[in-house]
Ligand binder design. Structure first.
Ligand code: SF4
Ligand code: SF4
Length: 448
């Protein structure tokens, strides 16, 4: 069979060097490479080349490498249809039931940028029972082999007794049904002392996400405890005492308000505390979700600044292992943007309302169902399940790692929000290249 190729539609030129070489990334295969001048010449005229007609071995090798890495694809391969099919497959995959559960919507903090407004207390026994029956029914679906629960809030550790009792029932149920159980938690960390971390370990919670927004003088103002006490030191001590029991990710929310002091915090966490692998540290932009006063005085950080801070953080935390380019720098392909668009995933609040998106929790008008009659989902579930990229996205080289951006933002704004994915991706890949060069030069110096 005659083999002909075309350029992939998802090649991103990261850097064009002055000697003609290209630093190129393919977002469908997530492959990254340097294309030399010889290969680039073949790449540019690839559609007019037939593999069988190539006499020269060097040319054949170059075409093979480009094909193996997805920079060129068979002429009749429709990459967009492939992405669409993968997306549909993931959306309606029933092998996992993924639940985000708020055992309470109460919180011991009053952060000014918080999007959660309506706060109900701990889940009643009646709702717990309805939740258990819902899980039992869902696990009866043939082919469901995993149950993952994320404990969320409010502050979930205000209801740690409920986490304990529900976890033990879920674990028992999964054992009976031969379903794999796993769990994680999103907590502000104030109540995560060692005793609580041991309880979580018993509840098969293996991962925790905790937020620290700046050095004490800043964090204590922004992550405000309702009783007026300061939280920074308490959270740092708690993380220290729990880090051998849980895989912890420290989230640092970034906006113009804390941009200035962020390098001090990142220095403190990585150099002073030696955090970086566990606890891992990552930054996230604060997005304006509400009309809260906070957003009148604080603007989102610029895309440029965010990607520079992020790349600097990754370079800092990669420090321990200078042998390999940090994995964190390579983008991952998405089959679905997030759980909000996945059929078998729900966010459940303490009153038993079901939602698709974490940001809607407690906002009953946006609920897609209630536990008591979970087989009667509201029509609004369709807006999440039918979410898909538009024409602009289908023409975008970043599509496989973005898939149209956050569906919640899309529903709010009526258009797909690129956020800073393009800037972040390019900054990360350039940093990866820089690390590669540093490693190469270090090896050469060592050998020389
Ligand atoms: S839709 Fe957006 S805000 Fe909602 S869960 Fe998904 S990523 Fe988060
Ligand atoms: S949201 Fe923006 S970056 Fe994402 S696929 Fe669409 S156009 Fe591309």
């Amino acid at each position: 069979m005659k083999m002909s190729f075309k350029q992939s539609e998802f090649n991103i030129i990261v850097t064009e060097f002055s000697d003609g070489r290209l630093l190129i990334f393919n977002s469908l295969r997530c492959t990254f490479g340097i294309m030399d001048g010889f290969t680039k010449e073949l790449y540019e005229k690839i559609e007019s080349i037939s593999m069988d007609a190539l006499q020269n071995q060097k040319e054949r090798d170059a075409v093979s490498v480009m094909s193996e890495n997805g920079f060129i694809v068979p002429l009749d391969f429709d990459e967009k249809t492939y992405i669409e099919i993968e997306n549909q497959r993931m959306k309606f995959d029933k092998s996992a039931l993924v639940l985000t559960i708020a055992p309470t919507l109460e919180c011991n903090m009053a952060c000014p940028y918080c999007y959660e407004t309506k706060r109900s207390g701990p889940m009643s026994e009646e709702i717990q029972e309805a939740l258990f029956l819902f899980v039992e029914k869902e696990l009866n679906n043939p082919g469901t082999i995993n149950l993952h629960v994320t404990w969320y809030g409010g502050e979930p550790l205000l209801a740690v007794d409920l986490i304990q009792s529900l976890s033990s029932r879920f674990i028992e149920l999964c054992k009976k049904k031969e379903v794999k159980y796993s769990a994680s938690i999103v907590t502000n960390g104030v109540l995560l002392n060692r005793e609580t971390a041991l309880i979580l370990q018993d509840c098969k919670v293996t991962k925790a996400q905790i937020t620290i927004d700046g050095m004490p003088e800043y964090h204590n103002k922004r992550r405000v405890l309702k009783d007026g006490s300061e939280s920074f030191e308490r959270i740092v001590d708690n993380v220290e005492s729990a880090k051998d029991l849980l895989e912890i990710a420290i989230r640092v929310n970034l906006d113009e308000g804390n941009e200035q002091g962020i390098h001090d915090l990142l220095w403190y966490l990585s150099e002073e505390k030696k955090w970086g692998k566990n606890p891992a540290i990552y930054v996230a932009p604060v997005v304006k979700y509400t009309e809260a006063d906070y957003f009148k005085n604080n603007c989102a950080i610029s895309k440029q600044s965010f990607s520079e801070i992020e790349a600097a953080l990754i370079a800092r935390t990669y420090g321990e292992d200078k042998e390999t380019v940090s994995n964190q720098l390579f983008p991952q392909r998405k089959s679905c943007f997030c759980q909000a668009t996945v059929y078998n995933a729900y966010v459940i609040d303490s009153e038993g309302f079901l939602y698709k998106c974490w940001n809607e929790i407690g906002n009953k008008e946006e609920a897609v169902g209630i536990l008591a009659s979970a087989n009667q989902m509201s029509p609004s579930i369709l807006k999440w399940l039918s979410y898909k990229p538009d024409e602009k996205c289908w023409a975008c080289q970043f599509l496989p790692i973005c898939l149209g951006g956050c569906p919640y933002q899309f529903h709010k704004k009526g258009e797909h929000d690129c956020g800073n994915i393009k800037e972040i991706t390019l900054a990360r890949l350039r940093k990866a290249y820089q690390q590669y060069i540093e490693i190469k030069e270090a090896k050469e110096n060592h050998e020389g």
